[in-house]
Write a protein that binds this ligand. Structure first.
Ligand SMILES: [Zn+2]
Length: 434
């Protein structure tokens, strides 16, 4: 009798416990599923506007001495890419366990991107930090904030026997390539930028932007009436399509400019033009081969800056498909250069960005449910017209001197770490015949 009472009591307790747990679980699910979701626009989101000081001097990162110097540097910049962009690309490509080319680098770090006069940088100021080692105002290219000329990396290393190439999927006059070969107080002064770029010591310039070399009167965009395409015939070989690029004699040691579109490459409104345009990989591969020819003919080494320019534009227009295809174009160029550097152990490869664009967020589809095989990707700056953000960007490095690209770097430190990686002990005449 007593046993039956005990068993009865235990059964009752278990029953109460299970019932309670079941009710609790169902109740929780009910509450979570019925949480009120505020109907708000991005402008109304939870936001905190705080004053931030921008007056301190940039602390200089202490770099390690590089004993085994790099002969060559390839700097790959995806404009507007931070961790969320490359994470989105990884996820869309093959899920969280997929690995993209940037994941294969042994060294990585963090780059702070603010400009001298702005907490959120533009591409001109950030590119100037990379090309000169100085912070400057937004919109300035290789000038300090007092408009003094800053020596660019390409100008500096040419005095030590290095040859340089600049590549972009935008117009070649766009901020990132322009900061490596022109000195202008407004990044939109494309007449000045293009003139300075063709008079620079950069031997290979590839990208779009034909319209910025011809005057308005004959269908271009130049205000100064000059026809630079005519002028550059005496100094450059002009390439206008992919076929010319692929079939070009790499032993030619003069200057080459490739302008493969009227404005940027892959303009969706001009599909015909698209057929004749090279990918970023094809342009980088061309620059590598040509640079090797220069080195076999007396140059000490080479520098190539190649930009995946439109990752930024995908962020500005809040377009995930566009982001994915631009990241793919960029990441395959990264893969190709990394493979090159594995064979050519004297080459330092650096992959980074200038700032984040769009405020890309990766979150669960419903806030209460993390499981499931879907993710929500959203751009969290302007709707349909996003802006740059102030978050840091990743940096990856492989090869001689790569150890200086770890930890937290200011964007100006990236320039310093590149210079430290090279042997700039003896001045030499430019190895390029003008
Ligand atoms: Zn940018």
């Amino acid at each position: 009798m007593r046993n039956k009472i005990i068993i009865g009591l235990v059964a009752l307790l278990i029953g109460i416990f299970v019932g309670f747990k079941l009710t609790e679980a169902l109740g929780q699910q009910y509450i979570m599923n019925n949480l009120p979701i505020p109907k708000a626009t991005l402008a109304d989101k939870d936001a905190f506007i705080e004053p931030i000081k921008l007056e301190n001097k940039v602390p200089t990162k202490e770099l390690s001495y590089v004993n085994k110097k790099a002969k060559n540097i390839v700097l790959l910049i995806a404009d507007g890419m931070s961790w969320s962009q490359l994470s989105a690309y990884r996820l869309l490509k093959g899920g969280p366990n997929a690995r993209i080319s940037m994941d294969k680098f042994p060294v990585s770090g963090i780059v702070l991107t603010h400009s001298e006069d702005a907490l959120v940088t533009d591409s001109a100021s950030s590119a100037t930090a990379y090309s000169t080692g100085f912070k400057t105002k937004n919109r300035y290219l290789a000038l300090d904030s007092e408009k003094n000329t800053l020596e660019t990396l390409t100008e500096r290393i040419s005095q030590f026997g290095y040859v340089s190439s600049l590549i972009a999927t935008s117009e070649v006059t766009h901020a990132t390539p322009a900061a490596f070969a022109s000195h202008v107080d407004l990044r939109w002064k494309t007449d000045e930028i293009s003139s300075q770029m063709i008079n620079s010591n950069v031997t290979t310039i590839l990208g779009g932007g034909r319209h910025f070399f011809i005057p308005k009167e004959i269908g271009g965009k130049r205000e100064d009436g000059k026809n630079l395409l005519d002028e550059l015939k005496s100094s450059h070989v002009l390439l206008t399509n992919k076929k010319e690029l692929v079939e070009f004699d790499n032993n030619f040691l003069g200057k080459v400019i490739g302008l493969f579109a009227d404005e940027h490459l892959r303009n969706i409104e001009e599909p015909d033009n698209h057929e004749a345009e090279p990918t970023l990989s094809e342009m980088v591969s061309f620059a590598l081969k040509r640079s090797e020819s220069f080195v076999s003919n007396g140059c000490k080494g080479f520098f190539i800056m190649a930009e995946g320019s439109q990752v930024d534009w995908a962020g500005h227009v809040n377009n995930l498909d566009y982001l994915k295809s631009e990241m793919e174009d960029f990441d395959s160029a990264v893969e190709m250069v990394l493979e090159y550097a594995k064979i050519n152990q004297d080459t330092l490869v650096i992959v980074t960005s200038d700032h984040e664009t769009g405020g890309l967020l990766i979150e669960p589809v419903t806030p209460s449910e993390y499981t499931g095989n879907e993710l929500k990707f959203s751009f969290n700056t302007g709707i349909g017209r996003g802006s740059h953000t102030g978050v840091p960007v990743p940096i990856y490095a492989y090869g001689p001197g790569s150890k200086n690209f770890t930890g937290t770097l200011d964007n100006t430190d990236v320039y310093r770490a590149m210079i430290e990686a090279l042997d700039l002990s003896n001045k030499e005449n430019s190895c390029v015949i003008n």
